[in-house]
Ligand binder design. Structure first.
Ligand code: PMP
Length: 390
């Protein structure tokens, strides 16, 4: 038998996780993960779940009940569609990137009749075009990615909410990479369902999904027809949530972590958290621009949680990603889709400060120079510093 390799899971010294998720987990949140296990049907867990739900509501901008799931964001997306759609039901996906495509794929896989409005990657979904399409047919739901992690574009949910509000079409949004870093006003905007996950701006490890459902979304879930579902049955989850429980054994430690992360947000205050994300993303953009890194999107509604840069002509995105890791132990993202090689993506999610983005820019500069891209020394970092000082 061949010996197993000597696996060391420790990241190299100076490791910086700068992906658009999973993101760095703050110390206090990591400590919460290590708390002693508790009875998931006991008073301590009920108190934890109740407090977590109460803390996440302002981040969602809702009074809705929230269902917590053991599973990543994709699990929460699939669970959502299985609960609101019937086999063969028409659903419209306003897709503006990789995760819109994923929503469509999940819908097809479950047996819904999926129609896709394909918006050019890098452009925001156009409410006028979507409105015209919605008037053509009877759609059970409109699915849209709030913050498209593949392009760095944010959809105008408020405008989309105006389209669906007085119709039978539920507005469902994937805010896996937005929630906690980009404003969400679920109730005010008329968003029926917000799907999110723990590992992005919510600063937790991957593995916890959450879904918040409006009254009419809950009514849809209760109907008897619909897709087969068992573990993911929101009828059970909503009934259990009323007692501050989950139908099956929950990921207790993840919930303890999320509770702590939400306390961090509450302490800093949500407006300040959102403003900090915006400011750091803008600083990163300013610094990138000064080094010849154009932003992929030219759309006005840009993400505060992920900055997507075009790779300069003559360079390969994968080389930048690889050298950032090899030279600096910094992990940034490329693309695993049609933009592969053409963009690099850097997360601005969670508990970062100015030092994070300034360091990103210093390291990017050295890597770009090594790859033969001319950058005048300090151009990126000084543009970002000037922005931050302004
Ligand atoms: N939607 C968006 C916008 C995402 O960024 C991601 C994760 N990159 C997902 C969905 C899928 O989430 P997960 O990887 O947690 O399944």
């Amino acid at each position: 038998m061949t010996a197993l390799p000597d696996a060391s899971f420790a990241p190299p010294p100076g490791y910086r996780l700068r992906l658009p998720g999973p993101t760095e987990v703050p110390e206090a949140v990591r400590a919460a993960l290590g708390r002693p296990m508790i009875n998931h049907r006991g008073p301590e867990f009920r108190a934890l779940l109740a407090a977590t739900e109460e803390l996440v509501r302002p981040v969602l901008g809702t009074r809705n009940p929230v269902v917590f799931l053991a599973g990543s964001g994709t699990a929460a997306m699939e669970a959502t569609l299985a609960n609101i759609l019937a086999p063969g039901e028409r659903v419209l996906v306003a897709s503006h990137g990789q995760f819109g495509e994923r929503f469509a794929e999940i819908g097809r896989c479950l047996g819904a009749e999926v129609e896709v409005l394909d918006f050019t990657w890098g452009e925001a979904p156009d409410p006028a075009v979507i409105g015209a399409k919605l008037r053509e047919g009877d759609y059970g739901a409109l699915l849209v990615t709030h913050n498209e992690s593949s392009t760095g574009v944010v959809a105008d949910l408020e405008a989309l909410g105006r389209l669906t509000r007085d119709t039978r079409t539920l507005l469902v949004t994937d805010s896996v990479s937005g929630l906690g870093g980009i404003e969400m006003r679920q109730d005010e905007w008329g968003v029926d369902i917000v799907v999110s996950a723990s590992q992005k701006a919510l600063m937790c490890p991957p593995g916890l999904g959450l879904v918040s459902l409006s009254e009419r979304a809950r009514a849809r879930v209760q109907r008897n027809e619909g897709m087969p579902r068992f573990f993911f049955d929101f009828r059970k989850a909503l009934a259990a949530a009323e007692k501050h429980e989950t139908p099956f054994t929950p990921n207790v430690s993840h919930l303890a972590a999320l509770h702590t992360a939400l306390r961090l947000i509450e302490t800093e205050t949500l407006p300040k958290v959102l403003a900090r994300h915006h400011r750091l993303a803008e600083a990163l953009r300013a610094g990138g621009a000064a080094m010849g890194l154009a932003e992929f999107t030219k759309a006005p509604r840009r993400s505060s949680t992920v900055v997507v840069f075009e790779v300069p002509a003559g360079l390969e995105g994968g080389d930048i990603v690889r050298l950032m890791y090899q030279r600096h132990a910094t992990v940034i993202a490329g693309a695993r889709n049609r933009l592969q090689g053409r963009v690099i993506r850097i997360g601005v999610m969670g508990g970062h400060d100015e030092g994070t983005v300034l360091t990103d820019l210093v390291q990017l500069e050295s890597v770009l120079r090594e790859l033969g891209h001319a950058v005048s020394p300090g151009a990126g970092v000084s543009a970002a510093a000037a922005f931050l000082a302004g």
